[in-house]
Design a protein around this ligand. Structure first.
Ligand code: FPP
Length: 247
């Protein structure tokens, strides 16, 4: 069990859930089985996040690039997300979880968008963990959409080009109102961001763990939080100890 008194808990943790396919392949199973086990890990991680007092948990569920996977795998991932919302929404609501969905809502198949909206609407007033589901999400696409929205505002004369600052851009991102992630975790040993929260992760601590996503257990999550707590975050400044020495 994690000792909350001793550990500095990040406000926002974002996770790239990688390695479902390899987890399945290692066991001679179809990739779909890896995704299925991955949903169980999602349930566990949401529960732990709520227990330890994380305020925001963002999960990269489906990237704008994932459409290029074989049709059957895309259909399987869509099916799993839909089943997750249908089956788990009441339980998440009961856990006081608020759901937000980030990513492009354009060209989504008819049956998924209403479900995502229902999940957001049902849990809108909850005050516990905010679970941010990145679906049909790509950071560059998000930044392009935000830039277009700002350009349109300038064209309509609503804001001056000279008034565009970081805050104005953040207000157009899908994550508006959500604090930047403090910690980004990627499973499966791959060490890259893959177009995930590129703007928001500017000062995030990055943690790459070797386990495949379906094996991401409560203990591994606790260990990741302990590693985060030992990191020295400087945000471009100097170490806290150095500041203390001169003050
Ligand atoms: C990466 O593994 C994982 C994904 C592309 C999808 C993650 C989705 C889930 C865990 C299930 C649905 C999500 C929710 C929120 C209910 P990979 O297939 O790229 O694995 P590989 O790199 O080993 O091939």
């Amino acid at each position: 069990m994690i000792n909350r008194q001793l550990v500095r808990i990040p406000e926002h943790v974002a996770i790239i859930m990688d390695g479902n396919g390899r987890w399945a392949q290692q066991r001679g199973l179809p990739r779909a089985m890896g995704h299925r086990k991955g949903v169980e890990a999602v349930r566990d991680v949401v529960r732990v996040a709520g227990e330890v007092g994380i305020s925001y948990l963002t999960l990269f569920a489906f990237s704008s690039e994932n459409w290029s996977r074989p049709e059957a795998e895309v259909a399987d991932l869509m099916g799993l997300l839909k089943a997750f919302i249908r089956r788990d929404l009441a339980d998440l609501h009961g856990q006081n979880v608020r759901i937000r969905v980030i990513g492009s809502r354009e060209n989504l198949r008819g049956d998924i968008l209403p479900l995502l909206i229902e999940a957001e609407e049902t849990t809108r007033h909850n005050t516990g963990l905010t679970l941010v589901i990145a679906f049909n999400y790509g950071a560059r696409d998000e930044i392009v959409r935000a830039t277009k929205a700002l350009a349109e505002k300038v064209a309509r004369g609503e804001i001056a080009a000279a008034a565009i600052d970081s805050q104005a851009i953040e207000n157009q991102l899908d994550t508006r109102g959500i604090p930047d992630p403090d910690l980004v975790i990627r499973t499966s040993g791959e060490e890259r961001l893959s177009n995930f929260l590129l703007w928001q992760a500017a000062y995030a601590e990055l943690l790459f763990v070797p386990e495949f996503w379906p094996d991401f257990s409560r203990d591994i999550f606790h260990a990741a939080l302990e590693t985060y707590a030992r990191r020295d975050r400087r945000f471009g400044g100097v170490a806290a100890i150095a500041t203390a020495a001169v003050s």
